[in-house]
Design a protein around this ligand. Structure first.
Ligand code: NAG
Ligand code: NAG
Ligand code: NAG
Ligand code: NAG
Ligand code: NAG
Ligand code: NAG
Ligand code: NAG
Ligand code: NAG
Ligand code: NAG
Length: 372
């Protein structure tokens, strides 16, 4: 611990006190106060000591180093009536007062830690407030390591360690904050994350510490190489496969290609009627389909890292042209033909009715003739 450097109470205590007490100094018989939450600064950043409960008609705001408001320890002052600033003996070149009376310190240094006193002159009375500012150094980013960098999805566990002395640690997987769940466990001291079965989306691991509120420090992302698949094996063919059957004409060109989602890229093989097709990759081209090229084709996809193999298969059959012609064309009549068909049906019905009536009339007239 650096004892030469002045120390303040930790901001938390200050905020908890949230009273007129700051660093043991009473902001007694004063209405003005320094916002306790503004009494924490980060080295290298801007710090603003916020003055609260300032009423109207201010003649002068002045800020002083230390616990009292003498001219010798004045840093800077501001007179609202004349809108003028004046620096004092303790001015370092980085301070200023805002028009609402707050003290701004640019590029805060660790030795800016200490008491600050604000004095507000209301003309017929003055008010004072003292607060103890603490400038802290942002701790460095935590380091992270894992016991494996190349793993197989749903098979391998991975354990990551966050190197920090912080007590609050957050974990991020693929840039999303995680907590213990059925797939991963965070140790009680929060410094270890174990993913029991990694998934392909567990691409990066990070841990984060937050020693200073609102200033979290996150480790560099640690990349995981996760092997997975093959998944979603798909066939792409020049002809449609229906119910596992690809119909093609003898002599036609047939393409068949297999693809799958896999990391690393899988190995592809084809078999025809059960025997391995030599020199086959993901794709087979049959430039002119021959009779002996009919039969059963199977595409085999293999991931050597996950040791998983998947396949898809289909049959190539001869395309029966006449048969499929009928199937393809179906029964089809044009609109004009429909009209004609209706006209003819109506006319023939009328004709048939006429014949029927004629037969009936002639039948009855014959009976009547017989009866008379
Ligand atoms: C400052 O003002 C707030 C309301 O704005 C009040 O609640 C608080 O008590 C005041 N503090 C002091 C020290 O006067
Ligand atoms: C300034 O404050 C110190 C205590 O912090 C005290 O000993 C000293 O007498 C004060 N000086 C003046 C001029 O008020
Ligand atoms: C403070 O800032 C004002 C502008 O906002 C500037 O005019 C003034 O000179 C500054 N005072 C000091 C002491 O730097
Ligand atoms: C504070 O530290 C800086 C270096 O970080 C130094 O230049 C400066 O003189 C120091 N100020 C005091 C008052 O010790
Ligand atoms: C701030 O002032 C208080 C009271 O005068 C004193 O007890 C404390 O040690 C001072 N803090 C620093 C860092 O000088
Ligand atoms: C002087 O003080 C009284 C209360 O004590 C206040 O009402 C008045 O506004 C003050 N005048 C100035 C100029 O600040
Ligand atoms: C990594 O740690 C986990 C959990 O402790 C363990 O199950 C796994 O076997 C370890 N992996 C390697 C490669 O050591
Ligand atoms: C944690 O604290 C110990 C002892 O104070 C120190 O040796 C170590 O470097 C610290 N580790 C980190 C990551 O800050
Ligand atoms: C494969 O089987 C089909 C019948 O299922 C047959 O027509 C074809 O000739 C066979 N081809 C080879 C090379 O075995």
């Amino acid at each position: 611990m650096d004892l030469s450097r002045p120390r303040c109470r930790h901001w938390r205590e200050l905020v908890l006190l949230a009273s007129l007490l700051a660093c043991g100094t009473r902001q007694a018989y004063s209405q003005i106060s320094i916002d306790p939450e503004s009494l924490l600064g980060i080295k290298g950043f801007r710090t603003v000591l916020v003055l609260q409960n300032v009423t109207q008609d201010v003649q002068e705001y002045s800020w002083h180093r230390g616990a009292n408001d003498t001219a010798e320890n004045m840093i800077v002052s501001y007179k609202p009536p004349s809108d003028t600033w004046q620096s004092g003996p303790m001015f370092s070149g980085r301070e200023n007062v805002t028009r609402t009376g707050s003290l701004v310190i640019r590029r805060s240094a660790l030795n800016d830690t200490g008491n600050y006193t604000a004095r507000v002159d209301f003309g017929n009375r003055t008010e004072k407030a003292t607060g103890c500012l603490s400038i802290q150094e942002l701790e460095k980013k935590p380091d992270i390591s894992a016991n494996a960098s190349s793993v197989v999805e749903y098979m391998d566990p991975v354990a990551a360690i966050c190197y920090t002395n912080a007590t609050n640690v957050n974990w991020y997987v693929d840039y999303t904050r995680v907590s213990s769940n059925d797939r991963m466990t965070i140790s009680p001291d929060l410094k270890t994350l174990i993913i029991h079965r990694v998934s392909r989306y567990d691409r990066t691991l990070q841990c984060e510490t937050e020693s200073i509120p609102e200033f979290p420090r996150r480790s560099e992302p640690l990349s995981l190489s996760v092997d997975y698949g093959p998944d979603k094996v798909q066939l792409r063919t020049s002809h449609i496969i229906l119910n596992g059957i690809l119909s093609a004409k003898i002599g036609s060109e047939v393409h068949m290609e297999c693809n799958a989602i896999s990391r690393p890229s899988p190995k592809y093989h084809w078999t025809h009627n059960g025997s391995l097709v030599s020199l086959s990759g993901a794709k087979i081209i049959l430039p002119s389909l021959a009779w002996e090229q009919m039969g059963r084709y199977r595409c085999i996809v293999e991931n050597p890292m996950t040791q998983l193999t998947m396949y898809r298969e289909f049959q190539i059959q001869v395309h029966r042209s006449e048969h499929s012609h009928v199937v393809n064309r179906g029964f089809y009549i044009s609109g004009a033909k429909v009209v004609w068909l209706i006209v003819i049906t109506v006319l023939s019905s009328v004709y048939l009715c006429g014949i029927l009536i004629y037969i009936l009339i002639s039948h009855f007239s014959t009976r009547r003739q017989r009866g008379t």
